[in-house]
Design a protein. Structure first.
Length: 151
């Protein structure tokens, strides 16, 4: 981004590939309220312009983990039609879109693995709880039998 452009820049500002990386870094520093406002502004601008640059900016907003707009599936959907270099689209923007797509696909795969592991953990915990109940029942039975055999 140039020195005159604020962080984040107004939605109408077209960013080049290097500026997009600065934009992403800027987004990750915004407080939740400012990030939500940026998402609303960029989304509205994209709905009007449908430009490739706005598509990538919106996908970036949707790709920041642990934020309200985080939606990697929607970001990947936006990036499925990457910006074509040419009129109004800065050189290298497609490379940024491709890089973001690759990162999001890996993140989705990792998220799926975490979900599967959480399910496995829940099943193991349930199994362990059932075994503990059986152990407790055997202990109670032993205690009862010991008491009956006693004086």
């Amino acid at each position: 981004m140039t020195a005159e452009v604020s962080c984040p820049p107004p939605p109408a500002v077209v960013l080049g590939e290097h500026d997009m990386l600065h934009y992403y870094r800027c987004l990750s520093t915004l407080p939740p309220a400012r990030l939500a406002a940026e998402y609303a502004a960029v989304n509205e601008h994209f709905q009007q312009s449908k430009s490739g640059a706005d598509r990538v900016k919106l996908a970036m907003l949707l790709s920041i983990p642990d934020t309200a707009p985080y939606n990697p599936a929607s970001a990947l959907h936006l990036l499925a039609a990457p910006p074509q270099e040419g009129e109004g689209v800065p050189a290298g923007l497609r490379d940024v879109a491709d890089m973001l797509s690759a990162v999001l696909r890996r993140q989705q795969a990792a998220d799926q693995k975490v979900q599967n592991l959480q399910k496995d953990l829940a099943a193991e915990k349930s199994h362990a709880d059932a075994l503990q109940l059986k152990i407790d029942s055997v202990k109670d039975l032993e205690r009862t039998m010991t008491q009956k055999d006693g004086p």
